[in-house]
Every structure is written in C-alpha cells, then in structure tokens.
Design a binder for this molecule. Structure first.
Ligand code: ADP
Ligand code: MG
Length: 140
C-alpha cells in the first residue's frame, strides 16, 4: 500500500480503533520509514494516554486506554532498535505485558530474537518513490 504521511496516520488511527487486547503488533522497516509515526497513530486511534516511559529502560513506553480498567487495557510501545543483542530483550518485560493482557506495539521485533512474543500482526514499512511517501505491507 502506497501512503503519504496523512494517509499513514489515518490508517494507524483506524487500526487503533479496531484493535482489541490482547494483541502483539510488530513494525519492521528501515530507520525513518514511519514505524513510530504509525505507532503514535495507532495509540491515537486506541484513545491511549501516555503514562510513563520506564526510567530504567527507555525502550518501553507505557500507555493506558480510557476508560481505565476493567474497561481499558494497558498499551506498551517497545522500540528494540537500540538493543545490542537479542538477549537484552529478556529484561524488557514482555512476559509481564502478556500477563496483563496488553496491547504491545513492537518496533524492530526481529532485534529481540526469541524474546519477542508471537506477533498477531506484522507490518513492514519501506521508502516510497518520493520523500513523502511510504510503502506499507502486512506480512502474513
Ligand atoms: N508517508 C509517510 N509516512 C510516514 N512518515 C513519513 C511519510 N513521509 C514522510 N514521513 C516522515 O518520515 C519520518 C518517519 O519517522 P519515524 O516515524 O520516527 O520512523 P521510524 O520509527 O521508522 O524510524 C517522519 O519525520 C515523518 O514526518
Ligand atoms: Mg522509530
């Protein structure tokens, strides 16, 4: 799918509105292709509110969807880009997130090796023909 920035945002917002917890979503693609932009749009669609970025591990951002539990559910945005080896992902807390029944949005899931939970959906972004377009595909 060929998307400009506003279209990518709209796609993410729509996806966020339809996502139901628990869910693990992977986002792959080179730096600057729009993974974080897509995550932020998904969070807007979910109605997610930023809670905190883990002080010990700035790769994990924690959100909450309104209304609060039991109506809502936790949302985690995990960026594995800066992992130096997959084993560093052992400490990211994926097991706890799964136990909470969270929605987990993972950038660079391949960098977490076996520590990343099975992906329910996996999207790949790449650069488009011009500087403000991107290609988005869902990996089956
Ligand atoms: N069609 C597009 N979709 C998403 N981002 C785009 C698009 N066109 C240009 N951009 C720009 O590309 C950059 C993507 O950055 P970001 O989302 O942080 O990428 P990543 O997380 O993949 O490294 C942003 O500066 C954004 O404004
Ligand atoms: Mg990013």
């Amino acid at each position: 799918m060929h998307l400009r920035a506003d279209e990518l945002s709209r796609y993410g917002e729509t996806l966020g509105r339809t996502l139901r917890a628990p869910a693990v979503i992977g986002l792959s693609g080179d730096l600057g292709t729009g993974k974080t932009t897509l995550v932020q749009a998904i969070c807007r669609g979910l109605g997610a509110r930023a809670l905190a970025t883990s002080p010990t591990y700035a790769l994990v951002h924690h959100y909450d969807v309104a209304p609060p539990p039991p109506g809502g559910s936790p949302v985690y945005h995990v960026d594995c880009y800066r992992l130096r080896s997959p084993d560093e992902a052992e400490d990211l807390g994926f097991e706890d997130m799964l136990r909470e029944g969270a929605i987990i949005l993972v950038e660079w899931p391949e960098r977490a090796g076996p520590w990343v939970p099975p992906l329910d959906r996996h999207f790949k972004l790449s650069y488009g023909a011009d500087s403000d377009s991107r290609e988005l595909e869902e990996i089956p």
